[in-house]
Ligand binder design. Structure first.
Ligand SMILES: NC(=O)c1ccc[n+]([C@@H]2O[C@H](COP(=O)([O-])OP(=O)(O)OC[C@H]3O[C@@H](n4cnc5c(N)ncnc54)[C@H](OP(=O)(O)O)[C@@H]3O)[C@@H](O)[C@H]2O)c1
Length: 336
């Protein structure tokens, strides 16, 4: 059965990949994409001729609510923090006239686990805590519900499961080059690499022993397409309080990530030494917005539900395999 999909963030890294992956499914779906910058509409249509463009901004709550009301499933991938659009999606999907529950897939971030480290100003330190999205479900719910700053996550979790089936995807470090029509580049690794190429060496925060899990953007997009299929088939067990799915396929300490970047850049003769520089959390924040949190905290995740009941099988290159390609891409990008 074809689903009516409303997707935000089609011009972005995650939304663009998701649009690509759901467009690859054997069953065509009716996809409407919210695009705020009309100059980005044509490249999206060129790449995905059957996609429909909805010109508008997340701030236009009436428009977002109207689109959500008309959709079977909303992929809200443009922002993890936009409260107004999240409330509008909730209102549209829970409309009293709907014949069946609506589905809502919401992007979130793994920095949700960094609260205690941020509070203690502890960055770059190791941790042995691994969060399993099945075994630690109750503890994870407690982390979110006790964090007033996780506004959107809490809006998602507060929905009535008889009206809206929700999924939260706390993104860890996402790497790889996306298939999207416009932005194909992630943030954490590419920004460290850019710095390394500009300054001659990459950096790590403190001892570089804190670690985040990671996922290739292609595998993440495939997870979103599986969720669309699960919604169409009305499968149970992956929604609402059970629907906090960790998309991970490995974990690496940030110091090791930087060493891989240094080695690849050195081998490609882009830098003169393969040493990694240690910086303080303050310096990390000056180099990159939220650098201390994004490169100095721990978010070690175990994906049990997606790899279990949902049948997600990540198959893209590992982070270590991808880094030399990313270094090459960043060098070419800087030349331009
Ligand atoms: N990349 C990661 O590693 C990662 C990991 C976890 C979570 N996240 C979060 O996931 C979200 C998406 O990340 P991303 O990497 O895909 O970012 P991105 O490449 O910058 O894409 C953001 C997308 O959202 C759109 N958008 C932003 N604000 C909008 C607004 N007010 N109205 C309409 N569209 C709007 C952008 O449109 P324009 O093209 O017009 O700007 C773009 O299509 C972000 O909140 C990010 O923090 C990212």
């Amino acid at each position: 059965m074809a689903a009516r999909v409303f997707l935000t963030g089609a011009s972005g890294f995650i939304g663009g990949e998701t649009l690509y992956q759901i467009s690859q499914l054997p069953q065509p779906h009716q996809i409407r994409c919210l695009v705020r910058d009309i100059s980005k509409a044509q490249p999206i249509i060129d790449a995905f001729p059957s996609a429909e463009i909805v010109k508008g901004d997340l701030d236009d709550s009436a428009l977002v609510e109207k689109e959500a009301r008309a959709a079977d499933i909303v992929f809200h991938l443009a922002s993890t923090k936009h409260e107004g659009s999240s409330k509008a999606i909730a209102a549209g999907l829970s409309d009293a006239d709907r014949k069946a529950p609506g589905y809502w897939v919401q992007m979130s971030g793994a920095s949700m686990f960094a609260g205690p480290e941020i509070k203690d100003g502890k960055y770059g330190e190791p941790s042995d805590k691994v969060w399993d999205d099945v075994d630690d479900n109750k503890e994870i719910l407690d982390v979110i519900k006790s964090s007033p700053a996780r506004v959107v996550d809490n809006i998602v979790l507060s929905q009535d499961p008889s009206k809206i089936k929700t999924v939260l995807i706390p993104g860890p470090m996402i790497y790889g080059t996306g298939h999207g029509p416009i932005n194909r580049r992630s943030i954490q690794c590419p920004e460290v690499t850019k710095y390394a190429l500009q300054h001659g060496q990459p950096y790590m925060v403190g001892k570089g022993e804190s670690a985040w899990s990671n996922v290739h953007i292609h595998d993440l997009g495939k997870l979103f397409s599986l969720l669309l299929q699960a919604a169409v088939e009305k499968r149970e067990g992956v929604w609402n309080e059970q629907g906090i799915l960790f998309p991970e396929n490995g974990t690496m300490a940030f110091g090791e990530v930087s060493r891989h970047i240094a080695n690849a850049a050195y081998e490609q003769k882009l830098i003169k030494s393969n040493e990694v520089k240690s910086v303080s959390s303050e310096e990390a924040n000056q180099i990159m917005p939220h650098g201390a949190v994004l490169l100095g905290t721990n978010a070690q995740l175990k994906s049990s539900r997606a790899k279990g009941p949902l049948g997600w099988k990540p198959s893209a290159a590992s982070l270590a395999e991808d880094i030399p390609l990313m270094v090459k891409d960043e060098a070419e990008r800087l030349k331009k």
